[in-house]
Design a protein around this ligand. Structure first.
Ligand SMILES: Cc1cc2nc3c(=O)[nH]c(=O)nc-3n(C[C@H](O)[C@H](O)[C@H](O)COP(=O)(O)O)c2cc1C
Length: 324
């Protein structure tokens, strides 16, 4: 059975990628995931925000703020320190396992992380996944301004590095299909759809806004599945499905609507690395039952271009007979 997949120009032995998370933050865990059969690893992101928060100064919470002399030194020290640790993680991961290692950075604007992206490449990362997000909460900021910001970061990164670049994005775009197509047209090698954010909930007992659980379930995959199906065959880059992929059925469904790879985090956190092995076994059994010899035999078979009822992927409103 041929499970091989080409993602971001890299040869993966199978389409299961372990997404950026605490799972991919240590060499021991990375080795365990590789041993259990993961096709590739996305390292935990290095967050600009996280580094600034470490300094614990209100003034430094302003991502682009000017610092006074002492803070500037402190900021420089902490930033260099964290960056160095991350570069070491890349080097050690590359030495420890023989599957592709994709570094991940989190950025907000086109200045702060550009040098770091070049260092990620020098450290030996096979590709770079960029977790780029600005919460569209500013009433003065238009969607167009947001898109210009995203596009500027993307173009700058593509100028700075030669390794493949994928963008991990949210679905907060009013012209989602158009913008994803534009990103692919400027040369992005992959789009990771979609990011899942830290979300708030209300504790009614203590009357406070608190953090929600970070983990997903298969139900959370619906939005990703829809957009995979719509964008597959319409953008010029790879598509990596993320959020709510828990079972072999989820993996197969996302491949069928056109995903190049499927990223998993929550289900591996819950079930352990061996869950990868059993999903691969189930995937092979399903392919065997269906008579598919390779992933390419069924990838995209149910995307919007190929499916017999394409409107099912776009349908958003409940008609009467659907709601009964
Ligand atoms: C504990 C935890 C840490 C995460 N850290 C990162 C991160 O550093 N960078 C990132 O891009 N996504 C991060 N994510 C998001 C995951 O990579 C993934 O997009 C999300 O969990 C949805 O996938 P899932 O449904 O398989 O969990 C994190 C998720 C969790 C649960």
């Amino acid at each position: 059975m041929n499970l091989t997949t080409k993602y971001l120009g890299l040869n993966l032995k199978n389409p299961i990628v372990i997404g950026a998370s605490e799972l991919t933050n240590s060499i021991e865990s990375i080795k365990e995931l590789a041993q259990a059969g993961a096709g590739a690893i996305v390292l935990k992101s290095l967050f600009e925000e996280q580094i600034l928060m470490d300094i614990n100064s209100e003034r430094l919470n302003n991502m682009t703020g000017a610092y006074d002399h002492i803070e500037n030194h402190l900021g420089f020290y902490l930033k260099t320190h964290s960056v160095q640790q991350y570069l070491n993680l890349i080097k050690e991961a590359k030495a420890a396992v023989d599957i592709p290692i994709i570094a991940s950075i989190n950025c907000y604007d086109e200045n702060e992380w550009i040098d770091f992206a070049a260092q990620v490449q020098e450290a030996g990362a096979d590709a770079l996944e960029v977790n780029l997000f600005v919460m569209p909460a500013d009433v003065a900021m238009t969607g167009e301004q947001m898109e210009v910001n995203y596009m500027n970061v993307t173009k700058k990164l593509l100028e700075v590095v030669d390794i493949p670049v994928s963008m991990k994005l949210s679905s907060y775009f009013s012209g989602l299909a158009n913008f994803m197509h534009e990103l692919s047209a400027v040369g992005v090698h992959g789009l990771v759809l979609f990011n899942k954010f830290y979300s708030p909930k209300v504790d009614i007992e203590n009357e406070a806004v608190v953090a929600n659980s970070n983990k997903t379930s298969s139900h959370d995959n619906a939005n990703t599945l829809r957009w995979m199906g719509i964008l597959s065959g319409r953008v010029e880059c790879d598509l990596s499905a993320s959020t709510g992929i828990h079972t072999s059925e989820d993996v197969i469904a996302n491949l069928m609507v056109g995903a190049t790879t499927t990223q998993m985090v929550s289900s591996i956190m819950t079930n352990g690395a061996n869950h990868i092995t059993s999903i691969l076994k189930d995937l092979e059994a399903w392919m065997n039952k269906k008579g598919y010899a390779s992933i390419d035999d069924f990838r995209g078979k149910l995307n919007q271009k190929n499916v017999s009822n394409p409107m099912m992927l776009e349908r958003a409103q409940f008609m009467k007979y659907f709601s009964e």
